[in-house]
Ligand binder design. Structure first.
Ligand code: SF4
Length: 278
């Protein structure tokens, strides 16, 4: 039986600080490391049954691992072709904090829709100052002015699904080219769509391995880490915004409301499409 490609991608890295969970990895010469984002996009990756099985087994074993151990596992298996997406939420900031201790060279990017709060973009600078991690901004082809002119006004008012698709999903599809794995900051208890997220698995939408180190964490776990280590976070969280996306689609929540109630308020929409299967 052929060895799963995911297993072959193990590179010789210095052992990260914390002790982390080791999976059985067959003895193979280290794969050559290619630079991400080649000039002509390769054909979409097809995951073999062996790779899918390898990831399922890994996910199972990592169920009881801490976020640090999961991040270290992802670094061990996929760096330097590991990337991370962040919207600068508290979860993303918590991961960046841990990543900075484990492997600060991991590429981190943000989907900069053009509609982010100034406080969110300022947080990018504070993270760079604290950790030396400069989060890359990935922008859609059209500026906000061009996009709104094309659609006769802001699409977020009439068709937020299309707006998110154009300004987030499409941008991530382009940004995903050349990477093997991406890490996200979703938690299972955030929404029904996220409840079944594996720790690690195949992301068919973006043709990447997807790693969710915080899947088993709660909001309290995240804020404890932020408070214990004085991790930079968005000041809007102190003004009633538990979940922050683009400014037109985010409002403060009232006492007792769900933490994501302020996202796309007035629409049925609950997700931007990055973490849904379709
Ligand atoms: Fe557009 Fe709102 Fe989606 Fe941002 S969150 S991309 S403004 S619909």
């Amino acid at each position: 039986m052929s060895t799963p490609a995911a297993a072959r991608r193990v590179t010789a890295l210095p052992a990260p600080g914390p002790t982390y969970l080791k999976l059985h990895v067959p003895e193979m010469p280290a794969a050559e490391i290619a630079e991400p984002a080649p000039s002509s996009p390769p054909a979409p990756k097809v995951f073999s049954p062996e790779e899918v099985a390898f990831l399922a087994e890994a996910s199972q074993k990592l169920e009881t691992a801490s976020p640090r151990e999961i991040i270290a596992w992802a670094v061990e298996h996929y760096f330097p072709k590991l990337t991370m997406a962040t919207a600068f939420g508290p979860e993303g900031c918590a991961i960046i904090h841990m990543l900075a201790e484990i492997e600060p060279r991991v590429h981190v990017f943000n989907l900069d829709t053009g509609y982010q709060f100034p406080q969110t973009l300022e947080l990018r600078d504070r993270i760079a100052e604290r950790y030396g991690v400069l989060v890359e901004l990935k922008q859609p082809e059209l500026t906000v002015v061009e996009y709104e002119a094309k659609h006769g006004g802001p699409l977020y008012k009439t068709n937020p699904d299309q707006c998110c698709f154009d300004r987030k999903v499409t941008v991530l599809k382009q940004a995903a080219v050349g990477w093997d794995a991406w890490m996200t900051a979703i938690r299972r208890d955030q929404s029904p769509d996220r409840a079944n997220a594996p720790i690690v698995g195949v992301d068919k939408k973006f043709n990447l391995v997807k790693v969710n180190p915080l899947a088993n964490w709660t909001k309290q776990d995240v804020w404890k880490l932020i408070s214990d280590h004085d991790v930079p976070y968005n000041p809007l969280h102190d003004q009633g915004y538990p979940s922050i996306g683009c400014w037109p689609c985010t409002r403060a929540v009232m006492f007792g409301e769900d933490e994501r109630a302020g996202r796309w308020s007035g629409f049925q929409k609950t997700e931007c499409g990055l973490h849904t299967k379709d």
